[in-house]
Design a protein around this ligand. Structure first.
Ligand SMILES: [Zn+2]
Ligand SMILES: [Zn+2]
Length: 402
């Protein structure tokens, strides 16, 4: 048996040995859903778990509910990062299954640590493992804060896996800009002196209609969706303030920015037409995911080892229209972020998916995924050529501006 195969067997055994604890940890996070940047319980239990397993975590790393844990030598091979998410959704709890992303992350970390330890015993320093706890994926951009602080500067490759209704390695996370728009006009009595007023709701409605007209000229994979979050207070007052929230998405950063320029023009034109002032605030931007081909092919080779199969490419109707800050990580270091089935046909952000993410049936899938990420990392450590190719491809993608 070659070194990588031997280390994978050890890694699988380490993950299996912790199966009960991993399930408990995941269920604990699921039972205590916490929103963006409030993930104190998840932060506490995940860092305690890593500590119990000999991975010294840096708690409150950069962000209060983020963490970083490392294992392995400084002068060896590549530094492979595994990412955990653990934030929940308002009202729906863990309907995006981030408790399972955390479980995959720390489970893979146990397997990778077992492999690196064994190699060290045999006198080989294969490389370094870094586990990141990345909060606030659901609209808070926790990974962007870590990136801005330079957390990924010494990372060579990044791995993460997200639960879904099917296995899909090249899941298409698209680029998104989230904008808040505020129109300000002038209040007046809507019956006695409407001509004295400047109607901010009219500006919001005009903007909404203009974006709807724009939709006919949009490419099929562009998406714009918005809501009016404030449309005034009382019919007999000309609204002096109106607010909208919009998501602008496209498969690449370039298309996203072209589309955003067109949508911003609609917002500005509505202000001119109604005499209102407008304030357009970009809340955050998630970049599109660049799935590194070399790493993807290592991951795919390992899928066979665990009997994981992909459905036909057109299976997931929503596969090109979700967004995540893992995309920003993929624009900074070579990355993969496959999605994996957990035995439900419900899609993320539904009550059915929330139930599945906390149920016992998801556990077998999640453990396999932890083993798969660990096996992928082991191949990256054992065959440095994979990492060199991944880096060459990354340079090419980013210089071409994908
Ligand atoms: Zn989500
Ligand atoms: Zn998610």
């Amino acid at each position: 048996m070659d070194t990588a195969a031997r280390l994978k067997t050890l890694s699988d055994a380490a993950i299996d040995a912790a199966a009960g604890q991993l399930a408990e940890l995941s269920r604990d996070i699921w039972s205590h859903p916490e929103l963006n940047y409030e993930e104190k319980h998840a932060h506490f239990v995940l860092t305690a778990f890593l500590e119990d397993h000999g991975l010294r975590p840096q708690r409150h790393y950069v962000v209060d509910t983020a963490f970083r844990a490392e294992f392995g030598g400084e002068d060896g091979g590549p530094n492979v990062a595994v990412l955990c998410e653990y934030d929940a959704l308002p009202e729906l709890g863990h309907a995006c299954g981030h408790n399972l992303i955390a479980e995959v992350g720390v489970g893979a970390a146990l397997g990778i640590k077992a492999a690196l330890e064994e190699a060290l015993k045999e006198g080989r320093n294969l490389g370094k493992l870094t586990v990141f706890g990345t909060p606030a994926e659901e609209g808070g951009g926790g990974k962007i804060k870590l990136l801005d602080a330079g957390a990924f500067r010494d990372v060579d490759c990044s791995l993460m896996a997200h639960p879904a209704d099917a296995n899909l390695v090249d899941f298409g996370y698209v680029a998104i800009t989230e904008v808040a728009v505020v129109y300000r006009g002038k209040a007046s009595h809507a019956a006695a002196s409407p001509w004295e007023g400047v109607n901010a709701l009219d500006a919001a409605v005009t903007a909404y209609s203009s974006v709807s007209c724009l939709r006919q000229q949009m490419k099929p994979d562009w998406r714009v969706h918005g809501v009016i979050t404030n449309g005034g207070v009382k019919p007999n007052i000309i609204p002096e303030k109106a607010e909208l929230l919009y998501y602008i998405r496209a498969p690449t950063l370039q298309d996203r920015d072209i589309l955003a320029t067109k949508v911003y023009a609609c917002f500005n034109a509505a202000a001119t037409a109604t005499g209102c002032s407008v304030e357009i605030k970009c809340i955050h931007q998630y970049d599109n995911m660049i799935h590194n081909e070399a790493m993807t092919s290592v991951y795919r080779d390992n899928m066979a080892r665990y009997g994981v199969e992909e459905p036909p490419a057109d299976h997931l109707a929503w596969k090109q229209v979700a967004s995540s800050d893992v995309g920003n990580v993929s624009q900074a270091v070579p990355s993969i972020a496959p999605v994996f089935a957990i035995g439900t046909r419900d899609m993320p952000h539904s009550r059915g998916f929330a139930e599945a993410a906390g149920g016992p049936a998801a556990q077998a899938y999640t453990l396999v995924q932890a083993k798969l990420l660990a096996a992928t990392a082991i191949d990256l450590y054992c065959t440095p050529r994979h990492v060199d190719t991944a880096k060459e491809q990354f340079e090419k993608y980013t210089s071409e501006g994908l």
